[in-house]
Design a protein around this ligand. Sequence first.
Ligand code: MSP
Length: 500
Amino acid sequence: MAFYVTTPIYYVNGEPHLGHAYSTIAADILARHHRQRGEDVFFLTGTDEFGEPVAQQAEREGVTPRELGDRLAPRFKEMAAKVNASNDFFIRTTDEGHQRRVQEVVQRVYDNGHVYEGMYEGWYCPRCADFKTEAEIEDGNRCPIHKIELTREKEKNWFFRLSAFQEELEKLYAERPSFVEPGFRRNEALAFVRQGLQDVSLSRRRLKWGVPVPWDTDQVIYVWFDALLNYYTALSYARDGEDLTPLFWPAFHILAKDILKFHAVYWPAFLMAAGIEVPKGMFIHGFLLMEGHKMSKSLGNVLDPDQVIEMFGADALRYYCFREVSFGRDGQISPQGFEARYETELANEYGNLANRSLSMIGRYRDGVVPSADPEAELASAFEGVVERVRGLLDESELTHALDEIWKLVRRLNQYVEETAPWKLAKDETDSERLDSVLYGLAEGLRVTTLLLHAYMPDTTGRLLDALAEPDRGLPEFGSRGGGQILAELDPLFPKLQKAQ
Ligand code: MSP
């Protein structure tokens, strides 16, 4: 089995913020989970460097777009590394390999008869690099997303015959209900298709910063088509001398609702026009909000991932984002929320469970996991849980899957309280029961931790090492007998430095 997952490629028109990190972490959790299943995984992220959003920012800063990209692309690359993303490649749309392949595909679409020359006029948002319909425009002529003034644009360019794909798109949606998840986003996309599709510009004449149209080098390819194609082009040149396309295509995309139309409508139509298989599917998530507003550079209300990581660590950030905000919905985040979950859930519930369990096995059994059968009441809490988590993650339900796992953490804590091993340890006649309880705790902790591994790779890795568990695959409760010698474990989630 192969699994190919992508994030949006981010515009290099500002520093990365937590909103970007969020999509990257989501895709990473899926990538890591599929690796745990033993699948062949390819995980792609990167930067979108052409087009107006970047050209305009460069102009404001008095640098060339290339210089801006060269400065900011490494920042996005670092951001991915800092949040512990395990991406297999980092694409920059300015890569030679990307541009070459984009031209090839666009040429194919042209040769297949889906491109013509025409005149476009409409309200345009340079930040979105997109024209807005009358219905979308706010307060006279403002962008509904960026709240900036739209400009009236008119120019001759090449058009992609999107309208010709209406029926095929409707068919795709009918045949593959899970093509766009969650369902309410699928309905939005379908409604957009059903209201009637208009052809869209495939090129720009005024702008010079882009991939040249192969048959008309006076024009550059409209940034959205060049950008969407990154998902396809990367596979052709990410590995020297090897084309990964046959192994990994089609992709599964993670993105937010702001770019739904491009991914759910333009992109499959464009692939159909090129004769390329459409994506496997996509999951559309919501926005991280700060005090009620989308966290975004243009609104200036962004959290810097570096700062958050410095304070809480990358794993806590990864955990918090998916626990606090139901994946798929918009949700508020705040430094106070971080702190609260860090202390109550990560440090007190999970961290303490780990340290307590290890230290009891240390104290009562010299640090060796007893060989015993688990008690039925504990074993039953784990029944079917791995399948449930797998099933939820098949639907990219990152929050629901995490909720399932967290129930195990709570069940284990409750089990410690119910069985009170410190009491059992006082009476030699309870020795066998204590073996069962301690085995159950070690096994429960192992299974829970392996399930959490995709979410919090570092801390869980440390705990698994302490549990003498070298394997990182998906677990099964009761599949490991006792006898392992446990190691020391420093607190997984140390006390926060309050002064910050
Ligand atoms: N370059 C285009 C995408 C091209 S993909 C072929 C673009 N770039 S962007 O830099 O604006 O990034 C948009 C994406 O960043 C969103 O779709 C989302 O995945 C992520 N997010 C940016 N801000 C976000 C939040 N406040 N909350 C959640 N995700 C956010 O659009």
